[in-house]
Design a protein around this ligand. Structure first.
Ligand SMILES: NC(=O)c1ccc[n+]([C@@H]2O[C@H](COP(=O)([O-])OP(=O)(O)OC[C@H]3O[C@@H](n4cnc5c(N)ncnc54)[C@H](O)[C@@H]3O)[C@@H](O)[C@H]2O)c1
Length: 351
């Protein structure tokens, strides 16, 4: 029998609870401790799941009875927590986005590599069944060659109120693009199966519920020659919320609606709704199962630190393009920042 993975949760808010629920259903791991700065929230959550509570994550990662952590913190703290965890030899599942800057993402990837631990990024959308069905159909060529896609995530203003740390740029790393936009960036790169080569974007501050943008649109070009629109909002009335993507191919059109389903039509044929398998794991459960399997099998997880960095580079390119008004190439942005963080390290080594 394979030993159960002994884990700690860093951050004890909403998504940590979603992870805890998935752990309960999955039953592959023991949740040993929770690190949460809010004493009442931390104690209550830890006692509900039968774990110990620490105010400070450094005490959690110092525990010898923990092999792995899940980081469920505001974005600006992902890098510091992941680097501390890696240095303490813990395997890491980090919520999206990997970090708030490419330099921080590099430092996390380097720390995990140096410690020989897994760094997986919680891009949950890759583990949703309807998204996997869509991916399989797109890869099988059911609509031919993809020319254009439209990925839209509109979150009802009421559903995110009060936005708390999400409204603070220093903690979120931006506005809606760093929140739901990072889901869209990662899933678009995955579904398109091609690198993004240029981006133009406009961002808006429509309702001022967050310090940075709460509405934005980007036009993205891919190496394959395809293009995509990515549209994000935190600022629509709740009953206008939506999360879906539409793909226009040489032989048809496919639409995937998150939490709902997938349909497609080939030109000249009727629309078909595709059944989503009932069996098998979904969402957070599937994500955690993949994390545990990658550790047990000593392999890279299906969503690596580099994947998280690529999605972040696309979002950073959207910010750069919106600010300058000129197109930005996410690959050169990613490379320049990688080079500058490496030259910084080299400079530090020579001091
Ligand atoms: N995968 C998804 O679908 C999904 C959905 C929502 C949120 N998220 C991600 O999950 C992460 C957390 O978001 P959330 O919605 O749970 O936020 P949240 O505000 O509900 O929870 C964050 C918790 O971290 C705690 N915290 C803050 N600083 C801390 C520190 N230094 N040490 C320990 N605890 C600290 C806060 O007190 C809070 O309880 C973010 O990265 C977010 O983007 C992912």
């Amino acid at each position: 029998m394979v030993a159960r993975l002994r884990m700690g949760l860093i951050g004890g808010g909403n998504i940590a609870r979603a992870h805890a629920r998935a752990h309960r259903a999955l039953d592959l791991c023991d949740l040993v401790a929770v690190a949460e700065t809010d004493r009442d929230r931390g104690r209550a959550f830890a006692s509900e799941i039968g774990a110990a509570w620490h105010a400070d994550w450094t005490n959690l990662v110092a525990r010898r009875d923990i092999e792995a952590v899940t980081i469920c913190l505001p974005h600006a703290y992902h890098a510091a927590a992941a680097i501390d965890a890696a240095r303490a030899g813990k395997q890491i599942l980090c919520e999206k986005p990997i970090a708030t800057s490419l330099a921080d993402a590099d430092a996390m990837i380097d720390a995990a590599r140096a410690a020989g631990v897994c760094l997986m990024i919680g891009h949950t959308h890759r583990f949703r069944k309807e998204h996997l069905v869509a991916n399989d159909l797109l890869r099988s060529g059911c609509i031919g060659r993809i020319h254009y896609a439209r990925d839209i995530i509109l979150a009802g203003r009421e559903t995110i109120a009060p936005p708390g740390w999400r409204s603070v740029t220093a903690l979120n790393g931006g506005g809606v693009m760093m929140d739901n936009g990072i889901h869209a960036a990662d899933r678009l790169l995955w579904w398109m199966g091609s690198e993004a080569t240029w981006v133009t974007a406009r961002l808006h501050h429509a309702t001022e519920i967050v310090e940075d943008e709460d509405l934005g649109v980007a036009l993205i070009g891919f190496a394959s020659g395809a293009s995509a629109i990515l549209e994000e909002s935190f600022a629509v009335p709740a009953d206008r919320s939506r999360c879906d993507a539409t793909f226009f191919g040489s032989e048809g059109l496919l639409r995937v609606t998150t939490w709902s389903g997938v349909g497609f039509a080939r030109i000249g044929e009727p629309w078909r709704e595709v059944p989503i398998p009932e069996e098998g794991l979904d969402g957070f459960e599937a994500e955690i199962a993949e994390f545990v399997a990658a550790i047990r099998e000593g392999r890279e997880p299906s969503v690596t630190g580099e994947d998280g960095r690529r999605a972040l580079a696309l979002i950073q390119a959207i910010y750069a393009a919106a600010q300058s008004g000129a197109p930005c190439d996410p690959r050169s942005l990613a490379e320049t920042q990688r080079t500058s963080s490496h030259s910084r390290e080299a400079a530090q080594r020579t001091v």
